[in-house]
Design a binder for this molecule. Structure first.
Ligand code: DQA
Length: 149
């Protein structure tokens, strides 16, 4: 049985590659999906990689993860800074959560320096671009291996 991880991406991340490349880089969301999938396979994990611009859809996917996945990696985009609903869903999921941001949110606008998602996250990776997704997979693999032991 493969161990599935949900990798959830929030609003505007579908525009990666064309959206503010100086901040978010030139990789597209599809590039990120491929890169994350490759890292997952190397750790014996399978990913379900999704993106939505809709807050409620992200909430639904987090709820769904509870029964279908062993962990959640989430870049909630701007909802990171606003969504109590996503926080509540993550807390209800009772799964390890790793929060990822492509940019270093602590070097940017003041309003980006607070994250609701962090309140539910085991760890946070930010500022390392797409590499952060690979690192999140590695961290998730470690967390799951430690739990099994
Ligand atoms: C982001 C950072 C957020 O502040 C922003 O709203 C995004 C992307 C990142 O990956 O750096 O949409 O989550």
């Amino acid at each position: 049985m493969t161990t599935r991880i949900y990798v959830l991406n929030g609003p505007n991340l579908n525009l990666l590659g064309v959206r503010e490349p100086a901040i978010y880089g030139s990789e597209t969301l599809e590039d990120l999906r491929a890169r994350t999938g490759k890292a997952a396979a190397a750790h014996g994990l399978e990913i379900d990689f999704r993106q939505s611009n809709i807050e409620g859809e992200l909430v639904n996917w987090v709820q769904e993860a509870r029964g279908k996945a062993k962990g959640i990696i989430i870049n909630a985009g701007a909802y990171t800074h606003t969504s109590v609903a996503i926080l509540d869903a993550l807390q209800a999921a009772e799964l390890p959560v790793i929060e990822v941001h492509l940019s270093n949110i602590f070097r940017r606008d003041q309003f980006r320096q607070h994250s609701y998602v962090s309140l539910a996250a085991t760890g946070v990776i930010c500022g390392l671009g797409g590499k952060g997704y690979e690192l999140a997979i590695e961290a998730m693999a470690n967390i799951l291996a430690t739990r099994k032991a």
